[in-house]
Design a protein around this ligand. Structure first.
Ligand SMILES: NC(=O)c1ccc[n+]([C@@H]2O[C@H](COP(=O)([O-])OP(=O)(O)OC[C@H]3O[C@@H](n4cnc5c(N)ncnc54)[C@H](O)[C@@H]3O)[C@@H](O)[C@H]2O)c1
Length: 269
């Protein structure tokens, strides 16, 4: 019998019903993990978990609003009772606001930070000490993977709130990695920075960039974005999921506080 890179490890993925999240759930399961698909989109999340089970691998679905602390506690209670202690947390859930700064409302600003940034802190607060226990038991580090973006490295017009939240993810990750070490907790923490990935999220973003006049039409915005990636196209979700599985697994065991850029050369220019 072959064993995967994450054989029998319990892995939680937030935003697991979406494009990158679903691909990540599938690839973690293919690597042997027992996957906890979480999202606020229940039907789509259940379908991702069911698809994994239909492929002969292991997954459950649990509703989780990352911005809600009680939701994290409910997740923790169920996972500990039904599966055991997790060793991988992929903080992937995210939202965008495509507006100029004057049209971005304070409510939109607060919500994007609550989902894209505070949700990670709540997740780590709920689970990192448990994850340390599995790390000690297994003689390896547990792994937190925080979803940032190229928008956490460079600025993009009409996405100030998004860029600010993703930049915050980058430095939260580095500070947290140092803190885990300072506290003696065997938990690695890294951020991942994709270029544009061909998902519903990107399609909506491109549509809205067209609406605010950044590009003449969604189709032209799409073509321009593809050209802006030197590799010649947007990423497929699986191309990002592969990098997340790498960060989740022991193949990246000497990495913590790192930022993994997976952007088809976008930020090399
Ligand atoms: N698509 C891209 O071009 C791109 C590029 C770089 C980074 N990212 C980041 O990757 C992540 C996933 O993006 P995607 O393209 O798969 O988007 P997506 O919209 O397909 O998926 C995002 C998922 O997050 C879920 N979600 C939203 N709010 C939530 C909440 N409060 N609690 C729990 N789940 C919530 C949504 O229901 C959805 O299933 C996001 O953090 C995004 O910022 C995307």
């Amino acid at each position: 019998m072959t064993t995967g890179r994450l054989q029998d490890q319990i892995a939680i993925v937030t935003g697991g019903a979406g494009g990158i999240g679903a691909a990540t759930c599938r690839q973690l399961a293919a690597a042997g993990a027992i996957v906890v698909v979480t999202d606020i989109s229940d039907t789509a999340g259940e379908a991702v978990a069911a698809g994994i089970r239909a492929a002969g691998q292991r997954a459950i679905y649990q509703r989780l609003d990352v911005a809600d602390e009680a939701s994290w506690q409910a997740l923790r209670t169920r996972v500990l009772a039904e599966l055991g202690i997790p060793s991988v947390l992929v903080n992937n859930a995210g939202i965008d606001v495509v507006r100029n700064t004057f049209d971005t409302t304070p409510e939109q600003w607060d919500r994007i930070f609550a989902v894209n940034m505070k949700g990670m802190y709540l997740g780590v607060r709920a689970l990192a000490k448990d994850m340390h226990e599995t790390a000690v038991r297994d003689g390896r580090h547990a792994s937190v993977v925080n979803m940032s973006s190229i928008c956490g490295l460079i600025g993009v017009a009409f996405q100030t709130a998004y860029c600010a939240s993703k930049g915050a993810v980058r430095l939260y990750t580095k500070a947290l990695a140092l803190e885990m070490s300072a506290l003696g907790l065997k938990v690695r923490v890294n951020s991942i920075h994709p270029g544009t990935v061909d998902t519903a999220f990107a399609a909506q973003c491109l549509k809205e960039l067209g609406e605010v006049g950044f590009a003449p039409s969604p189709a032209e915005a799409r073509a321009a974005i593809a050209r802006a990636h030197p590799i010649g196209h947007m990423a497929e979700p699986e191309e990002i999921a592969d990098a997340i599985v790498f960060l989740a697994s022991d193949e990246s065991r000497f990495m913590t506080g790192s930022e993994l850029v997976v952007d088809g050369g976008y930020t090399a220019q």
